[in-house]
Design a protein around this ligand. Structure first.
Ligand code: HEM
Ligand code: CA
Length: 698
């Protein structure tokens, strides 16, 4: 039974949810008084927009993927006592200190990634913030726990620092365990962890995961900004460095102020929302603000998904893995037909606590600014934590330009001192170690050791260190130095030590976990942008969305005039900077000739002044034969379409004008093939070697 529940959520929690969950915290262990906070919402399955908290995506399981629900698991947890206490390497025999592993294995050597730009790192963090945010336990009165002062406190799990540590002179790094979360049915059981944001890749990082946040961010059809769409709105209550309080920003995600490259990317997406909303509104002055906001949000979230699957994941996973997990977007004119209501869309614990943290290895020392004058400025990352000053005075634009013009580091065991010594440092040597935190977090969440995950991912169980496919012999020796056996290795450490897959930027085990997770986020999301579900986009609009590139969005939002086609790769002869004008410009206020099939999106056609067939009442204002050659009579009325890509449409929706290339092609909806089956993680062989406590194979 879980002894270790806590009554406080992190301070980012919204009051009503906080209240509900704090009730769980106090009553979780007392079935008689237990009130489950997870009330099944009633859903309108034909509502065409996502709910703000992610509920009702899966109509039969409306809580799947909702904000403030537990992470799902690929494998049962590896708790020493089966329910709650972190993994050790045998009864009462500790694993090496996470700090020690960080010191020995996650050293500061800087190997640049072959192709990846530093923007690829930043976009990864942005995606990460859209789909996951753990909650930490709190102390009495909601205070932050100091687990170095009170090592034995409930929910404390400090990281010991050795006397001979080459940097820190304190003997302990603070580590607070994640808040225990109830499962959806509130049954008692083993310790789970809470995701405070919507699990779906749905733009929650831009728009928030709850209505209160969204209200604070919205300004009619637009997102609030300071000074003419320039900067994010201020948040006087933001988590920020002391001196920066008055300059800190508000966005859909509370971590926005963490460092300026993140602030800049958040700003870019806010500006982009406002650009799309403005185009739509200008074309349709009569469309109400709510309609413009929701339609824009649906399109912008779809663009975020498209860039993630089409551009970013491709760089991270490479073509083979993309194909293996069916992650590549379909070509124009086709829907993805693999939505499967049986697939759980939730974020998996091992993905969040370890695999997707591979991105910490990509972080370079500096945040680079490239001014329009061509001057380049480098800022040591740790000098910028929680200080948004750099984003002001054109900083967002020059930081974005700097990010795609500078390299990220390679995914390997090395992690920069900026985050292994100086993370959130406010005075010399009082910083944190992110690599050690990742390792400790894995143990806190009950994540199995690396070797077990290899088996889960259909790789061989390595019976000794020599059997590991690492990126160097030195790597093997490093692991041997800190771990007694090959069965002790923490998942984060083992995962980033593997050689990267061909054409990708991540090792095989993490490619497996990241691949399966993004497949679940695709097949289990009824609103997935290219899915052929009842809330789908009209195919013509989907085709426009698929023209989206991160480069074009940066052209539209940061004032640059030329940019590499693939901004997740460094500029090179095979990825030269090209003129912003040569990128396809998605026509997002697309005028669709409605033929009655697109009923749920019929309002869409109001965009650009295109009037749905059923409501076309305007008198023919063209007394001459219409461009289709039919005389315009009282019952056959022509409608003039304004804006680019417009034309003259007749009553059947055929384009009769010269500005569009004939009737819009309709693609037959492909017949649904039976879902091939979510790739199962093979059942672990029930042999002693998988007992993380005692290793029989040793
Ligand atoms: C300057 C860049 C970054 C900084 C300073 C940073 C910092 C942090 C910190 C402090 C945590 C919380 C650790 C814990 O207490 O367990 C965290 C969590 C995490 N980070 Fe990063 N990170 C950065 C970039 C990235 C990137 C590029 C990725 C992935 C591509 C990433 C993925 C994650 C994930 C998956 C988590 C766990 C999230 C959760 O469930 O709460 N981070 N990061
Ligand atoms: Ca989300």
């Amino acid at each position: 039974m879980v002894k270790d529940t806590t009554s406080r959520l992190s301070n980012q929690a919204r009051p009503q949810i906080q209240q509900a969950l704090s009730k769980v915290g106090t009553t979780f262990l007392v079935p008689a008084r237990r009130k489950c906070p997870f009330v099944r919402p009633s859903c309108n399955s034909s509502y065409e927009y996502r709910s703000i908290d992610g509920s009702c995506n899966n109509v039969n399981n409306p809580l799947w993927g909702r904000a403030f629900t537990a992470f799902e698991r690929f494998l049962p947890p590896a708790y020493d006592d089966g329910v709650n206490s972190p993994r050790t390497r045998g009864l009462f025999s500790p694993l090496p200190s996470a700090r020690n592993i960080s010191l020995e294995v996650h050293t500061n050597l800087k190997v640049k990634a072959k192709l990846l730009s530093h923007l690829a790192m930043e976009f990864g963090q942005f995606v990460s913030h859209d789909i996951q945010m753990n909650a930490l336990a709190k102390g009495y009165g909601g205070r932050n726990l100091d687990c170095c002062r009170f090592k034995k406190r409930r929910n404390c799990f400090h990281i010991p620092v050795a006397d001979n540590d080459e940097f820190f002179d304190r003997d302990c790094l603070n580590f607070v365990r994640a808040l225990p979360a109830p499962p959806l049915d509130c049954s008692l059981g083993l310790r789970q962890q809470l995701n405070q944001v919507t699990h779906f890749l749905d733009g929650s990082v831009i728009y928030g995961s709850d209505l209160a946040t969204q209200k604070l961010l919205r300004d009619g059809a637009f997102l609030q900004s300071q000074g003419n769409n320039d900067l994010l709105p201020l948040n006087p209550n933001a988590v920020c460095a002391q001196a920066s309080r008055t300059k800190c920003f508000r966005a859909g995600d509370v971590r926005v102020n963490q460092q300026p490259a993140l602030i800049s990317l958040q700003t870019v997406w806010m500006r982009h929302h406002n650009n799309v909303a403005r185009t739509m509104k200008n074309a349709n002055p009569d469309m109400n603000d709510d309609d413009v906001f929701q339609k824009t949000k649906k399109i912008v979230s779809a663009q975020l998904q498209h860039i993630t699957y089409n551009e970013w994941l491709q760089e991270i996973l490479g073509t083979n893995v993309m194909n293996q997990f069916d992650l590549k977007p379909k070509p124009a004119g086709q829907y993805h037909t693999g939505y499967n209501a049986a697939v759980k869309p939730m974020i998996r614990n091992a993905f969040s606590a370890a695999a997707f943290r591979f991105g910490h290895s990509l972080i370079a020392d500096d945040i680079t600014e490239k001014k329009s004058s061509g001057t380049t400025l480098n800022h040591r990352l740790h000098t910028t934590f929680l200080k948004p000053e750099l984003a002001y005075n054109g900083g967002v634009n020059s930081i974005m330009t700097g990010m795609y013009n500078s390299p990220s580091l390679k995914t390997d065991n090395h992690v920069t001192h900026e985050v292994t010594r100086h993370l959130f440092q406010t005075a010399p040597k009082n910083g944190m170690d992110l690599a050690a935190t990742n390792i400790q977090r894995g143990r806190d969440h009950g994540i199995f050791d690396y070797n077990t995950w290899r088996v889960a991912c259909n790789l061989d169980l390595a019976s000794n260190f020599e059997a590991l496919d690492l990126h160097s012999v030195t790597m093997r020796n490093l692991l041997k130095k800190v771990y007694d056996t090959v069965f002790d290795i923490d998942l984060f450490t083992g995962g980033v030590s593997e050689e990267v897959v061909p054409g990708g930027n991540i090792g095989t085990t993490f490619a497996c976990l990241v691949g399966i997770q993004f497949q679940a986020l695709k097949k289990g999301d009824r609103f997935f942008y290219e899915s052929d579900t009842n809330v789908k986009f009209p195919i013509e609009l989907l085709d426009e969305i698929k023209k989206t590139t991160m480069a074009k969005i940066l052209c539209d939002t940061t004032g640059v005039t030329s940019i590499p086609r693939n901004v997740f790769r460094k500029q090179s002869s095979s990825n030269p900077a090209i003129n912003c004008g040569s990128f396809p410009n998605p026509d997002l206020a697309l005028c669709i000739p409605i033929d009655g099939q697109l009923s749920s999106w019929s309002a869409w056609s109001v965009a650009k002044g295109c009037i749905p067939v059923s409501t076309r009442t305007r008198q023919c204002n063209n007394p001459a034969p219409s461009p289709c050659g039919q005389p315009c009579t009282g019952s056959q009325r022509d409608v003039k379409i304004g804006g680019t890509g417009g034309g003259i449409f007749d009553l059947t929706g055929n384009n009769c004008g010269s500005r569009q290339p004939g009737p819009i092609k309709r693609f037959p909806i492909p017949t649904l093939t039976p879902f091939p089956g979510f790739p199962r993680i093979p059942k672990l062989p029930n042999i002693p070697r998988l007992d993380f406590r005692r290793n029989a194979m040793q």
